[in-house]
Ligand binder design. Sequence first.
Ligand SMILES: [Zn+2]
Ligand SMILES: [Zn+2]
Length: 341
Amino acid sequence: MQVLRLHNRGNLRLHTEPDPIPRDREVTLRITAVGLCGSDLHWYSHAGIGDAQLSTPLVLGHEFAAVIDNGSKAGKQVAVDPAIPCDHCRYCRNGHPNLCENLVFAGHDTTDGALCEKMTWPQKCLYPLPETLGAIEGAMLEPLGVAIHAVELSHLRKGMRVGIFGCGPIGLLIVQLARLRGARQIIASDVLEHRLEAAQSMGAGKTVAATSDDASAAIWAATNNNGVDIAFEAAGENEAVQAAIHAVRPGGQAMLIGIPATDETIFKASTARRKGLTIKLIRRMQHTYPQAMHLVHKGFVDVKSLVTHRFGLGDFKKAFRAALNREGIKVIIEPNQQAPT
Ligand SMILES: [Zn+2]
Ligand SMILES: [Zn+2]
């Protein structure tokens, strides 16, 4: 089978390797769709992310759907949770599997991810997809889960004003979730025009180009000088963090989701202190797969139109280039599709 491994900074290579053999309580999966995520791009560009460094050639990819290849459920389409919590540490026992002390995560550290034709994964991490959903939707449930987790932690309620800073897939999913929850006002900001257009089409009432000098003033004015109740930062850039903190009303909340390239989050202390802000950091997600699936299945959240690029595994260079250049919105690799010739 074909496997894409990251050997070093910017150095991805396609290999032919033997099919993996499932261990106890695992099944073999035929990978159908893998979304490229900002964190994959960090691994690709820096051979690491945060304080984790590449130590062995790693297969990236943690947003994925597959078809079960063996056993009694062979042929079934599933969305795959990339996180394997240990189920016995104190965080797992207290309902915070995303904070598990022994967490294993696909495409991270030394655990191979989904950018390959086949992989083995624990049965407990598989969520059968209803007939109405395909591989693309299945792969998008992971970023949707992150967005749901962020919105839940924020306690977003009807009538609130919300700001979204960074309109990549996660930001756009939060736009949709904020609309669903009855936000009074949704203001979205990004440096890229096409992403602002997408935010508007998904429910943002006001969009502001982050590149403009008076972006902060424009956001503040749009709220009638009230500020937003909750600002979600989903860009991984300190400028976006600063803009988010600037936009929040006194006593409001800033939710930081993006992953900074330098492993440091920097913002002006006085702005945040004077307003007495609550700042929350988002770590992946909790038990959000069933809810994510429900929202997509019932048509409450549109994940499909976020997917703007699809490539076969052999076209990985084009796929990573599109994602790095932030063309479109979400880039998907379909490992078992032949690349178009
Ligand atoms: Zn991700
Ligand atoms: Zn645990």
